[in-house]
Design a protein around this ligand. Sequence first.
Ligand SMILES: Cc1ncc(C[n+]2csc(CCOP(=O)(O)OP(=O)(O)O)c2C)c(N)n1
Ligand code: SF4
Length: 334
Amino acid sequence: MTMDTVVKFYQTGTFTVGNRLLAPEQRTVQANMRRTNSLNSGHRACQGCGEALGARYAIDAAMSATHGQLIAANATGCLEVFSTPYPETSWQIPWIHSLFGNVAAVGTGIAAAMRVKGRNDVRVVAQGGDGGTTDIGFGCLSGMFERNDDVLYICYDNEAYMNTGVQRSSATPPAARTATTMAVGEHPGADFGKGKNLPRIAMAHEIPYVATATVADLRDLEAKVEHAMNLRGARYLHILVPCPLGWGSASHDTIKLARLARETGIFPVFEAEQGVVTRVTKIRHRVPVDEYLRPQKRFAHLFGTPGHPEMVAQIQAAADRNIRRYRLLDGIEA
Ligand SMILES: Cc1ncc(C[n+]2csc(CCOP(=O)(O)OP(=O)(O)O)c2C)c(N)n1
Ligand code: SF4
């Protein structure tokens, strides 16, 4: 070997060559040739859609954990629209489209019907976007939590109502420009101090399991779905799914942005049981929030001339607060 030979090391556990270096039982669901392909090719999601990627991994993992005994209910939104333009469908599992705001109740009903039929082996996932979850479907979801119904609810959080043209939801972050937030003026973009933190609200219901994940770490996502499907009762999984169309980001930056959301502290990745945080994903390489914000056109006004450095500082302060609150960095206490 000469001095200038490039030596490549592949980590075991990556989704490229590494999976083949692992024992078969340690490989990911997607690495398995017999995965379900629950959300199959041919759907109409935009290029680089984080929601399509997240749904594919989550539902394949749920299918694997339940040995194929799964029914999914889907709220109205991008995931439903791009996967099932009538009379076509990309779903290869029993799947039902609910109303926009009642998918948690539909999931509850399916679970109850299965129980009455003595089919306790059939499990249920209810899923929707952040608008369907944090706003219009919130009452049904809180009821599902309160009754501890046997459903895993998955929220694909792209931080706005994307399917209808990028309107603000209560999950839209402060300063983000949408079709329904101020485009110009002293404080353009979504307001600071508004919005809901659904994972924390779910935790307040003290349900068996609450977790957050991103499409930057798909192995972690699969593991959380598998864990959730091995539990009974109400479970909630909140996945950050970048949306190139709504965020004004490059299609090839979806994974990078999801990783930066985690590494800045903007999106804490953790698990909680009965309302108590049990595990967090530590930040490996801390980065300032502007590295996450700059590649997204929805935040472009923060960096123009003169820009809004005071708003960037407020976002940084919120990220730092997450780092303290969830102990995302070793040595930094709450
Ligand atoms: C009761 C009702 N109101 C409004 C709509 C129109 N609508 C369809 S999808 C959608 C936005 C969905 O946003 P979100 O839940 O965030 O999912 P995303 O499309 O972003 O994945 C809206 C407002 C509807 N279908 N039903
Ligand atoms: S608008 Fe966003 S969420 Fe909807 S399909 Fe396109 S990238 Fe995915």
